[in-house]
Design a binder for this molecule. Structure first.
Ligand SMILES: Nc1ncnc2c1ncn2[C@@H]1O[C@H](COP(=O)(O)OP(=O)(O)OP(=O)(O)O)[C@@H](O)[C@H]1O
Ligand SMILES: O=P(O)(O)OC[C@H]1O[C@H](OP(=O)(O)OP(=O)(O)O)[C@H](O)[C@@H]1O
Length: 215
């Protein structure tokens, strides 16, 4: 049965911001009906007529929260957010978009100190990484412009996303250690995965068809 024929309405949480356009392009390639409203309006809830489908537009870090609580059945979100938020959701697919990497970075002349401090938007990822490395560090949570921290002496290193490397370079920082690769994922609410299996499977298989074409 096709998605539009299904009697099960599916709510999809989409991340506003940086990965939004690439994610919308992905949905279009998967054959989902993407209306102009999704791309051009300030509306945050966007029903798709005749498709038993509804989009909600959320801040990227909140996407797993909406999905865990079941107000969205599925969501599109970066692996960085999943690792940091640790929400109880199923991770169904790696969409192979939104490529970037989680790195430790610092000044080129960085040397270990007795009281190392690491600044980051990702305190859980950073704490886990340094614990696994057997290193004791103080993690300082920032909400953005993390590259400032080593430049002005708040911390000696940062944990952050690197994509082109331009932000590090223009601020005189270098990549020190690679933590993991990051891509965008399709996630599902655990109950929706069982109760709306037909609709969730349908969207996942449509997405799956797009992935090999991109890699
Ligand atoms: N160069 C990059 N920098 C940051 N995020 C990137 C980059 N490339 C891909 N991404 C993905 O985009 C998502 C972040 O999007 P965005 O920056 O819009 O959200 P945000 O961090 O919540 O934004 P803000 O806090 O500035 O409102 C990340 O979860 C990550 O998976
Ligand atoms: O390697 P690049 O291509 O330069 O991208 C990496 C930068 O992009 C992100 O910041 P963002 O633009 O989301 O701003 P922020 O400082 O508010 O986190 C990330 O935190 C880096 O600062």
């Amino acid at each position: 049965m096709s998605f539009s024929d299904s009697s099960q309405k599916l709510t999809i949480a989409m991340p506003k911001g940086r990965i939004f356009e690439e994610a919308v392009h992905f949905l279009q390639q998967a054959g989902l009906q993407v209306t102009a409203e999704l791309q051009d309006s300030r509306k945050l809830v966007i029903p798709v007529e005749n498709a038993r489908l509804e989009f909600i537009l959320a801040k990227p870090t909140d996407v797993p929260t909406y999905v865990e609580y079941g107000v969205a059945d599925v969501g599109v979100v970066g692996k960085d957010v999943l690792l940091e938020e640790e929400r109880d959701v199923y991770e169904l697919l790696d969409l192979q978009i939104g490529y970037c990497r989680m790195m430790v970075a610092g000044m080129p002349d960085w040397k270990p100190t007795d009281a190392p401090r690491v600044a980051t938007k990702y305190p859980k990822i950073a704490s886990r990484y340094f614990r696994e490395q057997g290193q004791q560090v103080e993690v300082i949570k920032l909400n953005g412009s993390v590259e400032l921290a080593p430049m002005i002496g708040l911390a000696d290193r940062i944990v952050d996303i690197v994509s082109t490397g331009r932000t590090l370079k223009e601020n005189g920082l270098v990549e020190l250690e690679h933590i993991c690769e990051i891509t965008t994922r399709l996630i599902a609410n655990r109950a929706s995965y069982r109760m709306k299996s037909e609709a969730v499977d349908d969207i996942a298989s449509k997405f799956l068809e797009v992935i090999p074409k991109r890699s």
